[in-house]
Structure formats: structure tokens, C-alpha cells
Design a protein around this ligand. Sequence first.
Ligand SMILES: [Zn+2]
Length: 62
Amino acid sequence: MSASGVPDRLLEIMQCPACGGSLRDVGAPPSLVCTACGLRYPVTDGIPIMLVEKATPAGEGP
Ligand SMILES: [Zn+2]
């Protein structure tokens, strides 16, 4: 299990819906951060919310 609660094998196959970049798992708060464009997608109960409109730009708080 990853820091965010997203299963590792799911994390491996997911891509950023905005740019297709790979995602990095972060645990506080649980979220997935795109390594390419920096958008941060929230994770709720281990389920990543992969919607650009729900994502937070790099460097901004929730
Ligand atoms: Zn991206």
C-alpha cells in the first residue's frame, strides 16, 4: 500500500488526465501529484479523484 492508500499497481497504470504524465504518491494529505504538470489529485478512502476540475495546481493548498 502506498502513502495515499492507492494500491501500487493501480498507481502504476494511472496517468494524469490533464497531460498524460506519471503520478507520484504523497501521503499528507493523501493525494497523487503529476510529475509533469504538478496538478494534485485528492484521494478519498484510497480512491483517487482523477478529475482535472477537482485537482489543485502545484503549490496551492486545498
Ligand atoms: Zn499532468
